[in-house]
Design a protein around this ligand. Structure first.
Ligand code: AMP
Length: 286
């Protein structure tokens, strides 16, 4: 499949029946869930999906349950026509783009929440976020019925949450993680980069610089997480536009803090640049 016609679905019942029919024909369904405003990071996931599935489904849904009060749900950038054009070029077969209130009825009360992984990193400053993510991804999996679903490592904690959820709930779906796609200067691509003015865009590079500095320090033999975090903090604080939410060095499986590096650790950080909260991460190989 792939190519000429792209089917667009707003109602979940229709794409669910389509997936049931494809499964009966023995087709492999690949799925890439997104919030839209597509960039090259999303497109890399779609290209991988195109390779892995006979049928490739993209969802575009700015999921209200993963935004907390005061976050950017209403401001989140949207560009459906452009997204559909890009998807068509890659060979997406179908887009599922439900209306904001279509996935949650007024009596909605069933959530998926993990006990441990959300108690670290972004989960600490965004308390309802991963419950919203796990819930919407479960719903989308039940609607789209994919054999394989593709996620980005840029949202490392999200990927960990989804892998754990799939294992815990015996979901019969292969989860594929793809490397972070970056701008030429190293800034991780994100739909939220659209919020940055030109001064902020320059300052935003400090996330990547802090990660690269930590990686270089570890390669030179640094093993103390505190030292790595202090150096990253100093680098980021040298930019007046930047305000640190967190910087952590953690175990890539449990996401729990690591004090002394042995083997591979993850450095993850969230930084407000102006009003925009950006995240990035890098594996530090000791
Ligand atoms: P979002 O639209 O931000 O919810 O992201 C949808 C998917 O794209 C998630 O699996 C993200 O991890 C992934 N993604 C976002 N940015 C990037 C990037 N720069 N490189 C690779 N994947 C990304």
């Amino acid at each position: 499949m792939g190519g000429q016609r792209i089917q667009i679905f707003k109602r979940f019942q229709e794409i669910q029946s389509r997936s049931n029919a494809l499964r009966k024909e023995g087709k492999i369904i690949a799925f890439v869930p997104t919030m839209g405003y597509l960039h090259d990071g999303h497109l890399a996931l779609l290209r991988e999906g195109r390779k892995r599935g006979d049928d490739l489904i993209l969802s575009i849904f700015v999921n209200p349950t993963q935004f907390g009060p005061g976050e950017d749900l209403d401001a989140y950038p949207r560009s459906f026509e452009r997204d559909a054009e890009l998807a068509k070029k890659i060979g997406v077969d179908a887009i599922f783009a439900p209306a904001a209130d279509a996935l949650y009825g007024s009596h909605f009360q069933t959530y998926v929440s993990l006990e441990k992984l959300p108690n670290h990193l972004c989960g600490l400053s965004r308390p309802v976020h991963f419950r919203g993510v796990a819930t919407v991804v479960t719903k989308l999996f039940n609607i789209v019925k994919p054999h394989v679903a593709i996620f980005g490592q840029k949202d490392f904690q999200q990927l960990a949450v989804i892998r754990q959820m799939v294992q815990d709930l015996n979901l019969d779906i292969e989860i594929v993680g793809m490397p972070t796609v970056r701008e030429a200067d190293g800034l991780a691509m994100s739909s939220r980069n659209a919020y940055l003015n030109s001064t902020e865009r320059k300052a935003a590079l400090c996330l990547y610089q802090a990660l690269r500095q930590a990686q270089a320090d570890v390669q030179k033999g640094e093993t103390e997480a505190d030292t790595l975090v202090t150096r990253a903090t100093d680098l980021i604080r040298s930019h007046p536009e930047a305000r640190i939410d967190y910087i952590a060095v953690c175990d890539p499986d449990t996401l729990g803090d690591v004090k002394h590096l042995k083997g591979t650790a993850l450095m993850a950080l969230a930084v407000f640049v102006g009003k925009t909260r950006l995240i990035d991460n890098m594996l530090l190989q000791h």
